[in-house]
Design a protein. Sequence first.
Lengths: 956, 245
Amino acid sequence: MLEKTERVITVNAVYRCPLRVVREHYLRPCVPCNSALCSQPEYCCNVGKLLPAEVTHYMVPDSSVFDYFEILEMPELKGVIWLQTVTDALHSKRGWRYCNKLRSLLKDPSHECVLFANEYHVSCYHCEGSPVLCSRIIYAAALWYYKHCGEKIPIIIVADEDSTKRYKVKSKGVYVMTFKEYLNKFYSDLEAAHNSCDFIDEALYEEKLESLEASGINYNKYLPPDILEAGLKSGLKVLGKMGQGQLDGRHVVGITQKHKRDYIVTFPSKEDILYYSRKTKKYLAVPWDYRIPRIRISRKQAEKYQFCRAIIHIDSWDTDSRYPDGHVVGTLGTGGDLEGEMKSLLMEHDISERPFSEAQMGELPVNTAEKPWSVDHEEQDRKDLRKTHLVFTIDPKGCEDVDDALSVRTLSSGNLELGVHIADVTYFVKPKSHLDKEARARATTYYLPDRRYDMLPSVLSSNLCSLLRGVDRYAMSVIWELDMTTYEIKKVWYGRSIIHSTYQLSYEAAQELLDGNLSITGNIEEFQDMEEKEKEDRLQELTWAIEKLADIASHFRAQRGLDGALDLDGIEISVLLDEEKNILDLVPRQQRRIHRMVAECMILANHWVARKIYESFPRQALLRRHPPPRQNLFSELKQSAKAGGFHIDTSSNRALALSLDNAYDVSDPMVNKLLRNMATLAMSNALYFSTGSCREREFHHYGLGLDKYTHFTSPIRRYADIIVHRLLIAAIAEDKTKTELNLLSDRCLEELCDHINERHRAAKLCQRQATELFQCHFFRDKDADRDERCVADGIIYAFRDTAVQLYIPRYGIKGTANLKTKDGCVLHFGANGEKIGWVPGALWRSHKQADCVTSSGQGVTFRIFEHVTVKISVQAQQYHPNSLRLEILSKKPYLDPEARHTPKSSPSPTRELVEENSKENIPEEYRQFQQTKGESLYTLLEEMKNLAIQDISNNL
Amino acid sequence: MAGLELLSDQGYRVDGRRAGELRKIQARMGVFAQADGSAYIEQGNTKALAVVYGPHEIRGSRSRALPDRALVNCQYSSATFSTAERKRRPHGDRKSCELGLQLRQTFEAAILTQLHPRSQIDIYVQVLQADGGTYAACVNAATLAVLDAGIPMRDFVCACSAGFVDGTALTDLSHVEEASGSPQLALALLPASGQIALLEMDARLHEDHLEQVLEAAAQAARGVHTLLDRVVRQHVREASILLGD
């Protein structure tokens, strides 16, 4: 205490008009230098991020280089020392927004830059305080730093041209240069930085020369920030978020905060180059995302990057320009190849593919061949389940990150005990650690057809956390005691445990065991070298467990069904790849009973954990809700179902589930699948939220029919689960004060939820687009006219103005096929149903059917849920992602040998009833209202009109 | 938030101190010959003078005399030039009355008033420069002056302020930190016994944080005590040398 007070006081005078305020300024002999080369580490007390020792120099930006801030943000620039003098100048010149940017840069462990608080250091401080003499302070600090690091590493001060003249270089070891010189010398291969630098130089130069000219303004300018703020305070203006919601009759008058991102563009080739203006000589580049307007690029850059896929940063949008201005910051190759396309996709969704940094990897436990990691047997408060429980995992084949395991056994009381064991990730990932921050930023593991971007380093995700077979692992367990006959839950226990998984089954193997097909054991590794007798016993034990689990799961599923749970499945496609990443085949993923069993156990665990954490922390628990869908989104489903003779009631989730069950066509099981898929598309997205920010009745999960739900079972690949784990640990801890420190407040949690929701949406979208990309690549190499893989069976499920919506079960593709072209031609079929070609004609459609009538009077009718033969080809796009094109080849169903053998899903007991009803219903309706089944007179006249407009002279 | 950053990410305050550090304190005792006791203190840029008269007979109305203990009379005033803006500050305005009352309560708790029944002790404090923590500086100056006057006290009274910014307690707030509007607490402590002579806070602070802020203020007050103790010892040593000669 005493030591600290005896410091030299110097008086720092800050001039403000008209007052003269004197402030104290305390200096200290030791300020952390944050360098790995520190010569007096015991004196500096460095904590946190350090500057690396293995760079060639350290760089000190001067306050005159804020214009190049964008370049300084690049992680490639290493060893940057931000002086406090500079950051203060940044604050006063550019405002707090820039300051916050810098602050997050300093916090980011992947950026090797530190702040040196030179103003508080005795030997770096000069009493002058005048901003003109800023350069002397910076120089003094740089010199001190150079000496402090043992004169081992040169320091380079980077300034703009005017400021470099102010520096008087007195000693070796500290150099001064301009930004351009610096980049040329040290980062000559960093193209993005050079481009940005050129552009900024150019802009600064132009700014200097140009005086503002008035020109014809097309757009309204946004309101300045102060007026916006006043408007917001008075309530005349409303703050909203763009991107997801509708504007509902409002319009944008200003922007308070931007989400800046870069865009992928393609430069047009020389022939079809699009000049924007002859005066400015700017070219137009076409963004990859078709929703983004074209972007103006300077000629120099455009010529350099012809035919390239490039990353573009948008700089400004003049009010008198139709297009925004931008500049190139990087390239992704020429486009068209799979790797380039994937990169674009990742970039578009802001998915980082950079590896984990040193600091993050340093926090991992040691696990080498000599010193393998093992569980700590001293860990007191864990329940040891290794000897007592038969634990096994069921996952897809080749899965590395196993995060859930199951167990079931009979207790001495005769009751059953069901256990769900989840990898204990929070044991390894401590709150606020670098690893935690990184995981939080990534928020989820991104699964793409041919690769994966992990949320956690692979040491954790596929080894230490992963519940592998035959090793001891830490877990978080939820264990229920169930009544032996009614499966009513008697007791529930939550806690940390140690488990030892005995079997690591694939879904296929587990399904075989469930079906009683025991011959599969030959393929299960665990059984391979086992005595015949023992094998039989073990097998019996395992089969009993799986059967019991399946039984319990179906019980809980039925219970949820009463509460309105829906059976929804989106169409998922797996891409089969060979070793060289060539696409072998596309197969729709199949949902089998075993999948549902595992999913049900996880839902149960999630539900009970949600109940527990909500009970303990009613204001700050992370739950997941699924808002009910908007009714108008169901209109297509209702129309299609009605046309097929079914009635869909969407008033509640229960009614919807029931009516979907009833909408079953015995002759064609695909109809039900399609209807379910259409219902899935109408659903809104499920969201994470903090319980403090929402009313309790909004917690409901529509799809699962549960009042409370969260995500608990996949902490290896979802960050939300990690938070839930921490909440659960805090909820069950005896000593609350210690664990509750790790929890987030309601507001922080809500912010985090927004972030996770956004990332999940990006992950989902990216995955879907990547799958589409692989689809295109699969069909691209095939000759659409000859290869029989390009022809498949399609089902019509909706009608558009001039096209039909088709679903192709073989590949899980949905798309549209044209019936009428823009120049008025319709499809023409021969007598055998084969397509002959396009002839002029008319198209008439209702919800139930579409009729193509040629000018010569021959017609063909497409009915809903009709099977047709479809040809799949790829429509190449120059600027945007490729898309698939569907074409109807024949009116007859294509007899796909595989389609005939689709596994029959379990028959619904109500199906026969529905069948009878639907047969009865249709004719009755017609009888009652005396309607003719065909077209009305009006539609007939419409058809005539269509024919009249058509020029058929060529055909005659 | 826009504006000044009170506590940087690196843990520095605006003036370069860390959260728990005090400003530089310098003090002298016996600055006036006429008074029974006097002292001058500088806490950073806050400067205060304290003068003590007494114990003496009750001045003015005799009816104010207390039969069992001494009457402590405190007056606070601040100089026209004490703040950045020059302003006449008349006696008896609301703010100085309040501070006078607070000082009186503080010193009634510390001075052994029962030793001097029917008498009066006057404490006059003037602030020469106000740069945050006026109350604390007044109390510390007055303590030294009372000691200088040789009036028996239970213990030193040491005061310090503390604030709460971004989840951290800051001790000994300067003017800039006070003006930011964050919650602030003033504490006068009897360090030997750890008893609180006065605790004052008029901003909103969540009760979970109170303990943390209180602990920081008490810690700072103990720090002030060591410093004042040194000043007193130094003063006694000088005085005894003079007397010895």
